[in-house]
Design a protein around this ligand. Structure first.
Ligand code: URA
Length: 444
């Protein structure tokens, strides 16, 4: 295989053959292709895109570099959810135990924070003792026993994606629809699922900010899933403001537990129920979305979902008392209230600004090897369209020290805009299936 001629081919807008993709990815995973050549090829893909046959070959090749989870003989269906990433998005923490409590197995394989977006693994690891690095064997056994495991991408699953992803992160080639789709779907399709629900974020805080591109990403991933025997549905959800109130690892765990206890902010619960209901319907654990919603609400109201979360935490080495007492979570040393600087209507709560401030406070990573401070972040109690009075408390900063508080207060000043009018865009705007796109709510 002559790599420079493959790069040249792709650079000039010509497709590579499926077996060229297969060979290339195999060679890259084996360490036989240097990162500088793969970077050049990724940039060519970024500009030229991939034809459907190339995308299929790339995805299959990435899956084939690793192992697959298998649940042969499990008497219940297996489903998962994946979000394209946002700020304040703690949906997985609630959804996995809720869906598992309704008789569907959930091998929830998640990621760490990426750029300005938070990651489920970092959130879970703020629970003292919680271990996310399970082997495939441990994950399978726990799913068989408890109906759910919450783990990181194991070295056995799509190892080519792990390397390619790290390379894309440092070569400005993340925001490419075929590269995102193949990356996400190679991991999800290796999980042995009977159904997959995608939460495709749209708006200023999403990786793909505009709706048309988010819809194209959703359709691309659905095409890959369905063609490989995994029924796949996507919802487009708003990421032009943070989801829920809490943004920051331990703060988000606390809010997720509040949701599992029957409280929780309305927007967080709405997105969680919408995605979880799709999962139950997709694997036929509910007749329709209304039936699924009833079952999920009952799992929360009866305390079963919270109990399941406690069992998962205990099985993975965490302190299950956290579900009764959020005081078990590490606490920020410095907390300060932020007040509205004028009266009026909230125009924006800019998620990217909030996400970047969490990273700057130590709650996210600047480099792959960095640790994260689980205690820092924000609780923001207003949304665009909310009326506020001058001086009204509308947020809190959680930081390590007074310098962090000052940084957080400045970030809130930039992120929260108050004017004379403002409005909230629809939270769940589109439902995408293999049959097409359903508009659920119009933008104002
Ligand atoms: N998440 C992934 O796993 N891969 C991407 O490319 C983007 C988000």
């Amino acid at each position: 295989m002559v790599i420079p001629s493959l790069i040249e081919h792709k650079r000039d807008g010509r497709p590579l053959a499926p077996d060229q993709w297969a060979e290339l990815i195999r060679a890259y995973a084996a360490g036989a292709v240097p990162d500088y050549q793969m970077s050049a090829l990724l940039m060519a893909v970024y500009f030229r895109g991939l034809e459907p046959a190339e995308l299929a070959a790339l995805t299959d090749a990435m899956i084939d570099t690793g192992d697959r989870l298998r649940f042969d003989g499990l008497p219940i269906p297996v489903a998962d959810k994946h979000s394209t990433g946002g700020v304040g998005d703690k949906v997985s923490l609630l959804l996995a135990p809720m869906v598992a409590s309704c008789g569907v197995a959930v091998p929830m394989m998640s990621g760490r924070g990426l750029g300005h977006t938070g990651g489920t693994l970092d959130k879970l690891e703020s629970i003292p003792g919680f271990r996310t690095q399970l082997s495939l064997r441990e994950a399978r056994e726990q799913v068989e026993r408890l109906g759910c495991a919450m783990l990181g991408q194991t070295p056995e699953i799509a190892p080519a994606d792990k390397r390619l992803y790290a390379l894309r992160d440092v070569t400005a080639t993340v925001e490419s629809i075929p590269l995102i789709a193949s990356s996400i779907m190679s991991k999800k399709l290796a999980e042995g699922l009977n159904g997959l629900v995608l939460d495709v974020k749209t708006g200023s805080g999403a990786f793909l900010t505009d709706t048309a591109r988010a819809l194209e990403l959703a359709r691309t991933m659905i095409g890959l899933g369905e063609a490989r025997g995994c029924p796949t549905v996507a919802l487009l959800t708003a990421m032009d403001r943070p989801l829920g109130r809490a943004c920051g690892n331990a703060l988000e765990v606390e809010e997720a537990i509040e949701g599992l206890r029957g409280g929780g902010p309305a927007d967080l619960m709405e997105v969680t129920y919408a995605l979880a209901a799709e999962m139950l319907v997709l694997v036929r654990a509910a007749r329709d979305l209304a039936d699924a919603r009833r079952r999920l609400e009952e799992a929360v109201a009866s305390g079963r979902a919270l109990e399941t979360f406690a069992r998962i935490i205990e099985a993975q080495g965490g302190n299950p008392k956290v579900v009764e007492d959020p005081g078990v979570l590490p606490q920020a040393q410095a907390v300060e209230v932020y007040r509205a600087d004028r009266g009026g209507v909230v125009q924006a709560v800019e998620p990217r600004r909030i996400g970047r401030a969490i990273v700057a406070l130590g709650g996210g990573r600047m480099a792959v090897e960095d640790g994260v401070d689980p205690t820092v972040g924000f609780v923001i109690t207003v949304k665009p369209g909310d009326p506020v009075r001058a001086g009204e408390p509308i947020a809190s900063v959680f930081a390590r020290d007074s310098a962090g508080v000052a940084l957080g207060m400045r970030a809130l000043g930039e992120a929260v805009a108050i004017g004379d009018s403002g409005y909230l865009t629809p939270l769940v705007s589109h439902r995408i299936t293999v049959r097409g796109v359903e508009l659920l709510a119009e933008h104002a």
